[in-house]
Design a protein around this ligand. Structure first.
Ligand code: G3I
Length: 510
């Protein structure tokens, strides 16, 4: 018996002393007063039960029975890339490998992720093409498979390496023009290959009446911070793209090729980063997962199985994280075989499950569950905090440590809200994640006020409109996260320079 399964059974026994444990063809079944709850024995079934897909990247020569048994989603690892299927004028060629994969997926009830339409790499005959030609290719590729493709990676790897937060300076991004010189490509007069490719893809999907969802996909964007604690500028840049182009983008892929690159390790804020994208209303996918196995004493951290568990848990804890795809079946057949980053060993259809497989299955079987907050939720506002009159400008003085003597303690009104903050700090900077929780009634809007210590400055905010950058600052909901159900929560975040200790957020509902 694997140690993970043993551990799982121990946990179940401890939690349900009166329960009867049964083994049903390898599955753990728990019986108590109610109906039996059986643990699923394949990744796809366990994931489906949790309301997500668990998929794999594959090539036509790797379509062994275990693919359809274990995985509920298929990404062509190479067969839909422009260098395989695009002509120089944006037509299609050599689609037989892609067709084989799509047909296999269809006959095994698997979702397909199309990978990928616009990419600086592996562009083949499209290399150097104009936006018009890219648009032709986008139309031809989407129309060939229509709704048989559930998700298309419309734009892949648009952002530069080394955590600069900039777009790549390679074709096709060299077509970009910042018309008003304000440092971004988001303005109406700007030229942006990301925006224009998504607009084209959206038109084609709408005209065809397809159910296909349109994704942007990248790597080293997984954490809010990078190793050592600095901000993940690449993730922030992707976030800005999705926020600005939300009307065209349905989904975001975090590739998650975790290795020993400081920008590509599993940080504790993976879940918070998934959450902030999810809060924009897009689906989030872990789209190309592999994790090096740590045998070489590198710096990815603990054991591979535990790292897999962390990633799966982070996704499960965010409702809009709707799928995980591993980038291949077995270590020896992987693009990074020397790092042994996958869930199986073996080759040519004869595969053996690794500890990482059992950890993933076990974690999926636990289901979505609730988020483990980094700070305990606050049910009543701190007694030292005076009530905030929305008509009164926020105080400009530093935070008070004792309440004004005439101010009674605040009890949240029935329609009120509370806020808690968790900080991720490093020398010279911080990321604050603020959780807003509605009281006993639903709310339609919220404002959180807090006072930053001297020397701290807000540089970047997501999921909220910020007012003020230092001293007394306030954050109000944006259009999509003002409505919060009774007892429910939403999160926003901000990044800053300096130190932000002792923050005391005060929430006012509207
Ligand atoms: O099939 C040919 C073979 O006929 C030829 O003899 C051989 C000679 O080099 O090349 C074979 O093609 C290789 C192909 O993988 C299939 O093995 C290509 O050279 C090689 O460049 C290609 O590498 C792929 C790489 O993307 C570049 O497209 C990897 O398999 C694939 O895993 C990798 O996937 C990427 C994602 O698309 C984007 N995110 C990162 C991820 C990992 O790099």
């Amino acid at each position: 018996m694997s140690s993970s399964l043993r551990q799982r059974r121990t946990i179940i026994r401890a939690a349900l002393p009166a329960a009867v444990l049964m083994l049903v063809s390898g599955a753990v079944a728990v019986q108590s007063g109610g109906p039996a709850v059986a643990a699923e024995t394949t990744l796809r079934a366990a994931a489906a039960k949790a309301g997500m897909f668990f998929g794999v990247a594959a090539s036509p020569n790797r379509l062994y029975p275990s693919v359809g048994q274990e995985f509920g989603q298929l990404t062509p690892e190479n067969d839909m890339k422009p260098d395989r299927i695009a002509t120089s004028s944006g037509g299609l060629q050599n689609t037989s490998g892609a067709d084989t994969l799509v047909n296999h997926a269809q006959s095994n009830n698997m979702l397909v992720r199309g990978h990928t339409l616009v990419w600086h790499s592996q562009a083949g005959a499209l290399q150097g093409a104009s936006q018009a030609t890219l648009n032709t290719f986008i139309g031809n590729a989407i129309n060939r498979w229509g709704s048989r493709i559930a998700y298309w990676d419309v734009v892949n790897e648009a952002l530069e390496d080394n955590n600069t937060g900039r777009r790549r300076n390679q074709w096709p991004h060299t077509m970009n023009r910042d018309a008003n010189g304000d440092g971004d490509f988001f303005d109406a007069g700007d030229t942006d290959v990301i925006r224009d490719s998504f607009i084209r893809a959206r038109q084609v999907v709408q005209a065809g009446g397809y159910t296909t969802k349109l994704c942007i996909n990248d790597y080293d964007v997984e954490g809010l911070t990078v190793q050592g604690g600095g901000p993940n500028r690449k993730a922030n840049a992707l976030y800005d793209i999705v926020r600005n182009y939300r009307q065209y983008i349905d989904c975001v892929g975090f590739q998650a090729h975790f290795n020993d690159n400081p920008n590509s390790v599993i940080t504790n804020d993976l879940q918070a980063n998934i959450q902030r994208f999810a809060d924009l209303g897009v689906e989030v996918h872990i789209s190309e997962l592999d994790i090096d196995d740590d045998l070489s004493n590198n710096d990815i951290g603990a054991g591979q199985a535990e790292n897999y568990r962390k990633v799966v848990r982070a996704c499960l804890n965010v409702a809009k994280c709707t799928g995980i795809t591993v980038w291949g079946i077995s270590d020896s057949e992987s693009w990074r075989s020397s790092e042994r980053g996958l869930l199986f060993t073996g080759s040519n259809g004869s595969y053996q499950k690794k500890a990482a497989y059992h950890a993933v299955l076990d974690e999926l079987n636990k289901g979505r569950g609730t988020t483990t907050p980094t700070t305990p939720p606050v049910t009543t506002p701190p007694p030292t905090t005076p009530p905030v009159d929305p008509t009164t400008p926020p105080p400009t003085t530093p935070p008070v440590t004792t309440p004004p003597p005439t101010t009674p303690p605040v009890t949240p009104p029935a329609a009120g809200c509370s806020a808690t903050v968790s900080l991720n700090s490093w020398n010279g900077g911080f990321v604050a994640t603020v959780r807003v929780t509605a009281g006993t009634s639903p709310i339609n809007g919220w404002t959180v006020r807090l006072t930053l210590p001297s020397g701290a400055t807000v540089t970047n905010t997501w999921n909220a409109n910020a007012s003020g950058a230092s001293g007394a600052v306030q954050f109000s909901n944006v259009a999509y996260n003002g409505a919060v159900g009774a007892g429910q929560s939403t999160e926003f975040g901000f990044q800053g320079t300096g130190a932000a200790t002792g923050l005391t957020p005060v929430c006012a509902a509207s």
